[in-house]
Design a protein around this ligand. Structure first.
Ligand code: CA2
Length: 145
């Protein structure tokens, strides 16, 4: 059985480490993906890391995950707060889903306090910086064991 994990990042997360370091830190998305692949290997997982600024592309990848992944770790970016389409796609995926937010969305603007994705997520990691991705992978490994 596959132990592949889809690591999906949504809009603007390609700018990680390049803008607004006071909110999102100085680690780049490329660093996150490399570190996540290393940790995944230690945990007996494989990783497919993908980022898009487009809602439909994220929906298509979540559909692909039905055949190619045992679990999804997703930071949907601002689509967290707007996208019923991403929620519906995740609802059609049968494995564990962990939602990650680098910043603590609950101490920020009110429009960031609601997440559509949380209705489907098995776990939510908020405000732990990019370490949240590591925590999510560790949780996924535990859930798949
Ligand atoms: O805290 C998170 O991880 C967020 O998902 C990040 C989203 C934001 O819309 C969510 O409310 C919370 C935004 C990602 C933007 O990423 C940037 C990174 C560096 C510079 C500019 C944007």
């Amino acid at each position: 059985m596959t132990r592949n994990v889809y690591l999906l990042n949504g809009p603007n997360l390609n700018l990680l480490g390049k803008r607004e370091p006071e909110i999102y830190g100085s680690t780049t998305l490329s660093d996150v993906e490399t570190n996540s692949a290393t940790l995944a290997q230690e945990l007996g997982l494989t990783l497919t890391a993908l980022q898009s600024n487009h809602e439909g592309q994220l929906v298509d990848w979540i559909h692909d995950a039905r055949d190619n992944a045992a679990a999804i770790v997703i930071n949907p970016g601002a689509y967290t707060h707007t996208s019923i389409a991403i929620l519906d796609a995740l609802s059609a995926f049968e494995g564990p889903v962990i939602e990650v937010h680098i910043s603590n969305v609950h101490t920020r603007e009110a429009f960031r306090h609601h997440s559509y994705v949380s209705q489907r997520a098995d776990g939510i990691i908020v405000g732990c910086g990019v370490q949240g991705y590591d925590l999510a992978l560790r949780r996924v490994a535990g859930m798949l064991d």
